[in-house]
Write a protein that binds this ligand. Structure first.
Ligand code: NIG
Ligand code: FE
Length: 401
């Protein structure tokens, strides 16, 4: 006898093996046992099966729980003031060079207590969860000294232990050069490798960096990636966001889980990613908030067969986003993804970007029962509405929450 049977629903399994758009199975049922999906199929095929709890969902659509594979949601303060400056004509890179931007948030984060960091991040996390997110990646990167980076990672751990959501922590070690290391770039990178990285091993699933003219060079990123690889930590990269810095190719050379942003990536980088199995994480919130005009090379990603994931990039500077369905919409309207590609980007491919493709991301027997129940007439509607309110029900590891 199963624990739960969800029936009277339609499934967007997102499982390519189903062989239909969205992996759709209409008039379907899903059986759950010990927090896992154990059986998926047409309702008629599963009639007569016994479960302790049988729920008829009245024709709702069930999707995998949404995966937000790129956020910076732990930080102090906010950057509404800087946003107003940008509306008045100031430029993101100019603000960063003048000591604002990421450094503004670093000062606010260093000045926040653990309690303050956890409380403000919890609000944002709950907003994302309410919008359908069941797995979220959270980066450090606003501390830029070992103590504050660890404080951020402890805040992530506290959230993971107290909210019904799967959290995947990342050390964003090279995000910006802190002012105390001006003119001592190599020393900062060395400190990260000698001190910060070893201190974070065991608390993070991967190491990230920002490769850009206003951030770190390819050489500096490579030094970090080599050290991470020696420690057995996977890498990922903020790549080719504001200029073509060769970031996509670099990420691919180190077998990165993902290369993220990619507005300025070229074909060589995309081909490298295809070869390495590196996922392209596209971030339409940052593209929108920075009023960018160069779209990521979606056609090249498609033609080379690079998996495309979508993230919120929830951060105070370039993407103050608190809604996953809003990202589905923007991925379609701004980047011309199909609604199916967008939903795959926040389910199956988001899971792949985190290395969790065997555990979550599709409605497939054996995977964790992380599901969302939506009162819509079809799965394309999730991306059609501009910021659809969250699902009617969120299920994480088989439990309603
Ligand atoms: O993903 N690109 C670098 N990092 C963030 C922005 C961080 C910030 O401005 O605070 C991003 O867009
Ligand atoms: Fe980011």
């Amino acid at each position: 006898m199963w624990d739960r049977l969800l029936t009277g629903c339609h499934l967007a399994t997102m499982d390519p093996a189903v062989g239909r758009p969205f992996g759709a199975i209409e008039d379907a049922a899903v059986a759950i046992q010990d927090g896992r999906i154990v059986r998926v199929g047409r309702r008629v095929e599963m009639a007569g099966m016994r479960a302790r709890s049988i729920e008829s969902l009245g024709g709702a659509w069930v999707t995998p729980g949404l995966v937000d594979c790129h956020t910076h949601l732990v930080f102090g303060g906010n950057r509404a003031g800087e946003w107003e400056q940008r509306l008045g004509g100031a430029d993101y890179e100019e603000i960063a060079r003048a000591g604002g931007g990421i450094m503004f948030t670093v000062r606010a984060t260093r000045g926040s207590s653990s309690g303050e960091l956890i409380a403000s991040a919890r609000e944002r996390l709950r907003a994302l969860m309410g919008s359908g997110v069941t797995t979220v990646e959270i980066k450090s990167g606003y501390g830029l000294d070992t103590a504050t980076e660890l404080r951020m990672l402890n805040a992530v751990k506290a959230l993971a232990g107290s909210e019904p959501v799967r959290i995947v922590p990342t050390l964003l070690a090279l995000h910006a050069l802190p002012p105390e290391y001006t003119d001592r770039r190599a020393e900062y990178v060395q400190m990260v490798i000698d001190e910060m990285l070893p201190a974070a091993v065991g608390s993070v699933h991967a190491v990230d960096a920002f490769c850009e003219t206003i951030a770190f060079t390819r050489g500096e990123v490579e030094t970090l990636f080599k050290a991470a690889t020696v420690l057995g930590l996977p890498v990922k990269l903020h790549a080719d966001q504001l200029s073509n810095s060769g970031g996509a190719a670099l990420a691919a050379r180190y077998g990165a889980l993902s290369a993220d942003h990619l507005e300025h990536a070229d074909e060589e980088g995309v081909a490298g990613m295809a070869e390495a199995g590196t996922v392209a994480v596209l971030l339409p919130g940052a593209y929108h908030a920075l009023s960018e005009t160069q779209r990521p090379p979606v056609d090249l990603l498609r033609s080379h067969g690079v998996p495309i994931a979508i993230g919120s990039d929830c951060n105070p500077g370039t993407s103050p986003v608190l809604s996953a369905p809003m990202m589905l919409n923007m991925a379609c309207t701004l980047f011309r993804l199909t609604p199916e590609e967008a939903l795959a980007g926040m389910t199956r491919e988001g899971a792949r970007a985190l290395g969790l493709q065997d555990e979550i991301g599709t409605i497939t027997p054996g995977k964790s029962a992380d599901l969302c129940v939506w009162r819509v007439s079809g799965p394309a509607e999730l991306a059609y509405w501009i910021g659809l309110p969250g699902p009617e029900k969120r299920i994480v590891a088989g439990l309603d929450c």
